[in-house]
Design a protein around this ligand. Structure first.
Ligand SMILES: *Cc1c(COP(=O)(O)O)cnc(C)c1O
Length: 374
C-alpha cells in the first residue's frame, strides 16, 4: 500500500490565479516566487508553466534551487532572493543575484571582472524587515561605482502587508521611495519591487514597477480574517491519503498513544495510512478532520508516525477503497489550508510545504473538483 500523501496539483487553477493577480496589478511584470519547491507544488513544473505564461522572472531563495530549474530546462530569468555565495554559478547559469551588502557586491563584481562581463543585479534594501539588505543609502550609491555590476533592480520586503492596519507598510514604502529618489537623482532607474501576495491584493501603492507574489499564485489568501478572503483564487493542491482498514470499536475503547481519545459510543474507526512522517502534523491530533465520501470525519487520538485514526461512524458505509481527503474539496465539504494552519498554530504556507514536500504529486490541467473556496 502506498503510504502518505498524494497531492493533486491543479495547473489550470495556477493559470487562473496568475491571470487574476495580473489583473490586480493592471498587467505589471510578475516575478513568480517558486522558492521551496514552489511552496510544495513542484518548482520545475510550476516554473515551466509560468515560463510559458511569460512571467517577467522566477524567484528562488538559494542557488541550488535555481540550478535545479536550469537542469530542468528552464530558460526564464531567475532572481535568487537570498544567496550571496557561489558567485561563479550566477555567471555560469545566467542567474540574477539580490545583493545584500557591500561585501557581496564586491565579490560579485570581482567574479564578473574575472570573466570579463557585466552582471545584472538587484539591490535589497532593508526598510523594516530586519533580516538582510542595505540600510545605508551611501553604501548603495557605492555599489553603482562597481564597474562590473549593472543595477537593474531595487527591492525590499514588507513585514506585515497582510494586516488591515497599513501604518508600517506605509513607513516601509516611504523609506524605499526615499532610496529610489536618490538613485533617480544619479540618473539610475532600476525596476523597483516590494509587493508580496498580500500587497498585490491589498496595497496598490506598493505595486511599483513589478510584483513578487508567492502564496496567492498557489491560490491561497495571505489574509487570516474571514472578511478579507479572495473568493476568486483557487487553491491548487488537494491532498489525499489511503484508508488502511476500518474497524468497529466498542464504547469506552482508548484510541492511539496515551489514550487521549476514548470512544463514547460504539464507533467505526478508520486507520489512515498517513502520519507525521508524511508531513501530517501531530498537532492535528484530536483536532483536524478529514473528508470521506464528502463528509467530515474527525481525527481521533494522537496522530502517529505512520497512522492517523478517524471516526467514520456518521459517514455510513466506508471501506478501504475509499480515500480520505486531508486538504481541499470533496463534494460539498472542504478543508482549507487556513483551517489546518489554525489547528497546528501555524500559517497556510507551512501546511502546503509539509504536505507537498513528501507527497506523490499528480498534475492535472482539468479542474479536479470544480470551484474551490479559499
Ligand atoms: C517569499 C517571498 C515573497 C513571496 O511572498 P508571499 O507572501 O508568498 O507572496 C516575496 N518576496 C520575498 C523576498 C520573499 O522571500
Amino acid at each position: 500500500m502506498r503510504r502518505g500523501i498524494t497531492a493533486e496539483i491543479d495547473l489550470d487553477a495556477a493559470l487562473k490565479n496568475l491571470e487574476l493577480l495580473r489583473e490586480a496589478v493592471k498587467g505589471l511584470p510578475v516575478i513568480a516566487v517558486v522558492k521551496a519547491d514552489a511552496y510544495g507544488h513542484g518548482a520545475a513544473e510550476l516554473a515551466r508553466l509560468y515560463e510559458d505564461a511569460e512571467v517577467h522572472a522566477l524567484a528562488v531563495a538559494f542557488v541550488p534551487e535555481a540550478e535545479e530549474l536550469r537542469e530542468a530546462g528552464i530558460k526564464a530569468p531567475i532572481l535568487v532572493l537570498f544567496d550571496n555565495t557561489e558567485h561563479e554559478k550566477y555567471l555560469k547559469l545566467n542567474l540574477t543575484p539580490v545583493i545584500h551588502d557591500m561585501k557581496a557586491a564586491e565579490a560579485f563584481s570581482l567574479e564578473a571582472e574575472k570573466k570579463g562581463v557585466v552582471l545584472d543585479v538587484h539591490i535589497k534594501v532593508d526598510t523594516g524587515m530586519g533580516r538582510v539588505g542595505f540600510n545605508d543609502e551611501k553604501e548603495i550609491l557605492q555599489v553603482l561605482d562597481l564597474k562590473n555590476l549593472n543595477v537593474v533592480g531595487l527591492m525590499s520586503h514588507l513585514s506585515e502587508a497582510d494586516l488591515a492596519d497599513m501604518e508600517f507598510v506605509d513607513l516601509q514604502l516611504k523609506r524605499f521611495n526615499g532610496i529610489k529618489q536618490s538613485l533617480h537623482k544619479k540618473g539610475l532607474k532600476p525596476m523597483c519591487h516590494i509587493a508580496n501576495s498580500a500587497a498585490v491584493l491589498a496595497c496598490p501603492d506598493a505595486h511599483l514597477d513589478a510584483v513578487r507574489p508567492g502564496l496567492a499564485l498557489y491560490g491561497i489568501s495571505p489574509f487570516a480574517g474571514e472578511d478579507r478572503r479572495i473568493p476568486a483564487l483557487r487553491p491548487m493542491m488537494r491532498a489525499k491519503a489511503r484508508i488502511l482498514t476500518v474497524r468497529r470499536l466498542k464504547a469506552d475503547t482508548p484510541v492511539s498513544y496515551s489514550r487521549t481519545f476514548i470512544t463514547k459510543r460504539p464507533t467505526l474507526a478508520a486507520a489512515l495510512a498517513v502520519g507525521y512522517a508524511d508531513g501530517y502534523n501531530r498537532l492535528f491530533s484530536n483536532s483536524a478532520s478529514v473528508l470521506i465520501k464528502g463528509k467530515r470525519a474527525p481525527v481521533i487520538g494522537r496522530v502517529c508516525m505512520d497512522l492517523t485514526m478517524a471516526d467514520v461512524t456518521d459517514i455510513g458505509e466506508v471501506s478501504e477503497r475509499d480515500e480520505a481527503v486531508l486538504l481541499g474539496r470533496d463534494g460539498d465539504e472542504s478543508i482549507t489550508a487556513l483551517e489546518l494552519a489554525e489547528k497546528a498554530s501555524t500559517i497556510p504556507y507551512e501546511i502546503l510545504l509539509s504536505f507537498g514536500k513528501n507527497a506523490r504529486r499528480l498534475y492535472s490541467r482539468i479542474p479536479l473538483t470544480g470551484e474551490h473556496p479559499v
